[in-house]
Design a protein around this ligand. Structure first.
Ligand SMILES: Cc1cc2nc3c(=O)[nH]c(=O)nc-3n(C[C@H](O)[C@H](O)[C@H](O)COP(=O)(O)OP(=O)(O)OC[C@H]3O[C@@H](n4cnc5c(N)ncnc54)[C@H](O)[C@@H]3O)c2cc1C
Length: 388
């Protein structure tokens, strides 16, 4: 089974096949020599390289006539994740961080920031989560109040990717037009703002820049508001609606790499006087991995294709894609570790790294349980609509 045979699926056009092939070749010759010792340095280098390669143009539209192509975003993430988890992270965050600006920003905001994020000159971050409001987004406590020609932001954000190295943050805060989700708004905060403090750097199992941020009398101009007052929840959810599918695509890339590593291993390794490939239970594991991989791919690219066909929202499809692909990838990678025996848990082995890389994807941008709630709610509301 080739790592690219799925490119013949009807979801794709010739330009998608060309993208996957070119990015794969680029990744093979550009990602091998990046030192991951210091993740901040590595991340900056990756954003610069991805920008110079022209790949970050996929993460935000270049002009008003261009739209985000979710199949291209997903294929790019799958391809990068197959080669290097941090490269996928650097690519993905340029899209998610700039997402509210590209989807809801004014012409001036888009002109101010998107050329930089698309070229790899400006690093982007998406600051939604707080210590007490991760899954429960409507519970956000950070506030933004109007003061003359400015807004003043106060509060804390937690688990913010690119926190500490970003040039531009989109920050979601309570402006109080209504209770809960309807009283939130989104603001652009520049990395150098003196009211934005990196309170803590958070180390995680698959290292990438991550921080808790403090906003202390953080003053931004009134035109830093993204979209309309009170529409912050809508801005956040519509952004996640586009990018959630691509988390599934990254999982697919990790899982595909795990299957390739496993196939190599079972061909090379001899057990009981014969190659491991001859053991029936090993064949069973490989078959399970391949089926789960294809099922995940079909859900991911169904969601991406549906969005690209002009669907206003793909909430159910994106939730199914993220839920299934991340959970399946965890199982596939776990099997890959098992098939590698001791080597599977040796620090620095590719499958050991994949085992750490995959875990957070089942938590961020909506934990798996939250995706189940979204899918069930969508189905139940369709059912009650049809029954009434
Ligand atoms: C590596 C990493 C990077 C991140 N990057 C960002 C970022 O860039 N920007 C950002 O804003 N946030 C980011 N996050 C935050 C992430 O989105 C949250 O961690 C996630 O939404 C879960 O929130 P929480 O950690 O508060 O967990 P909680 O909300 O406390 O949830 C804990 C668990 O409770 C269960 N649960 C929650 N809700 C339900 C429900 N309705 N029904 C049943 N079970 C439920 C789930 O099992 C869930 O995992 C990142 C997180 C990680 C780990």
């Amino acid at each position: 089974m080739s790592a690219t045979s799925h490119l013949n699926w009807p979801f794709f056009e010739a330009r998608h096949r060309a993208l996957a092939e070119k990015l794969g070749a680029w990744a093979r010759s550009n990602l091998g020599d990046i030192d991951h010792g210091d993740t901040d340095v590595a991340c900056r280098e990756l954003v610069t390289k991805l920008g110079e390669g022209g790949w970050l143009k996929l993460t935000a539209p270049g002009d008003d006539n261009e739209r985000l192509d979710v199949r291209s975003l997903a294929l790019a993430r799958e391809t990068l994740a197959r080669h290097d988890g941090l490269a996928d992270f650097a690519f993905a965050m340029q899209g998610l961080g700039a997402g509210p600006i590209s989807l809801f920003g004014s012409a001036a905001q888009r002109a101010a920031w998107l050329p930089g994020t698309r070229a790899g000159r400006a690093i982007a971050a998406f600051a939604l989560t707080e210590a007490a409001s991760g899954s429960d987004v409507a519970n956000i406590a950070t506030t933004a109040r109007r003061d003359g020609d400015r807004y003043v932001i106060d509060g804390e954000k937690c688990w913010i990717s690119n926190g500490g190295i970003a040039d531009v943050y989109v920050v979601f805060a309570r402006t109080g037009e209504a209770p809960g989700a309807r009283g939130l708004s989104a603001f652009i905060v520049e990395g150098g703002n003196s009211g934005l403090i990196v309170a803590e750097r958070i180390p995680v199992i698959a290292p990438h820049p991550l921080a808790r941020l403090k906003f202390d009398n953080c003053r931004v101009p009134a035109d830093a508001l993204v979209g309309r007052l009170g529409e912050g929840f809508k801005v956040a959810m519509a952004t996640l609606d586009v990018f959630r599918t691509t988390v599934g695509a990254a999982a697919l890339g990790f899982a595909r790499r795990a299957l390739t590593e496993s196939l190599t291993r079972v061909h090379k390794r001899e057990l009981f006087g014969a190659p491991m490939t001859e053991l029936k239970m090993v064949q069973g594991h490989l078959a399970d991995m391949a089926v789960e991989l294809d099922a995940a791919g079909l859900l991911v690219y169904r969601a991406a294709w549906t969005k690209d066909q002009g669907a206003a929202r793909v909430t159910r499809e994106a939730a199914m894609a993220k839920l299934y692909a991340t959970e399946a990838a965890q199982r596939i990678i776990d099997t890959a570790v098992q098939l590698h025996g001791g080597d599977g848990v040796r620090a620095g082995h590719p499958v050991e790294a994949l085992y750490r890389e995959i875990r957070a994807l089942r938590i961020y941008e909506g934990a798996s349980d939250v995706q189940k709630v979204i899918i069930a709610r969508a189905m139940l509301s369709e059912f009650s609509g049809a029954a009434s």
